[in-house]
Design a protein around this ligand. Sequence first.
Ligand SMILES: O=P(O)(O)OC[C@H]1O[C@H](OP(=O)(O)OP(=O)(O)O)[C@H](O)[C@@H]1O
Ligand SMILES: O=c1cc[nH]c(=O)[nH]1
Ligand SMILES: [Mg+2]
Length: 209
Amino acid sequence: MAKVHVLDHPLIQHKLTYIRKAETGTKDFRELVDEVATLMAFEITRDLPLEEVQIDTPVSEATAKVLAGKKLGIIPILRAGLGMVDGMLNLIPAAKVGHVGLYRDPETLKPVEYYVKLPSDIEERELIVIDPMLATGGSANEAIHSLKKRGAKQIRLMCLVAAPEGVEEVQEEHPDVDIYLAALDEKLNEKGYIVPGLGDAGDRLFGTK
Ligand SMILES: O=P(O)(O)OC[C@H]1O[C@H](OP(=O)(O)OP(=O)(O)O)[C@H](O)[C@@H]1O
Ligand SMILES: O=c1cc[nH]c(=O)[nH]1
Ligand SMILES: [Mg+2]
């Protein structure tokens, strides 16, 4: 069964509170999502492999550590996932970025795929799928299916806020995909919005409401 990690670093939790507030406008919302994505990238990269190298410091020879060169890929689910890309690239600038375009049909709440463009070597990369919201889980599940169908083997999912219903759906359908969250909220409402959540992440990021 996939693990669920709630990244409870105080800076992440503090900034998430301002992201949630209804009075936070587009500019601040976008900046805060970017900052939280950087902090979450710091946590999610904790287990990156290191290797030893020999170096000379000004004082002596030393055995030191560098990243072992694991290939990473960041996969935002359009649109709202775009708001987290730059924040992650701040810490992992060599990662390749692939895009999966999905929208959730407002009536059926089912995901509709409209765009996929991925790095050519996704089967060799550890992929981090990013989307601020994991609500019913339909969009994340569809994006992960889409990646697996094209050869992806190692996938993690990183979201700001999730509903328990969505977490369960992803765990059931993709037990190999660990989930990283800033918060696990209470429930979904009758319109499929996360409660208390933060509203429509895409609209708040891009000012489209
Ligand atoms: O777990 P689910 O029930 O599938 O809901 C979550 C999805 O809904 C939102 O996208 P939306 O459809 O609003 O598209 P947008 O990012 O273009 O606004 C959100 O960014 C997720 O992708
Ligand atoms: O609460 C929600 C649910 C789906 N999509 C959002 O942007 N917010
Ligand atoms: Mg939206």
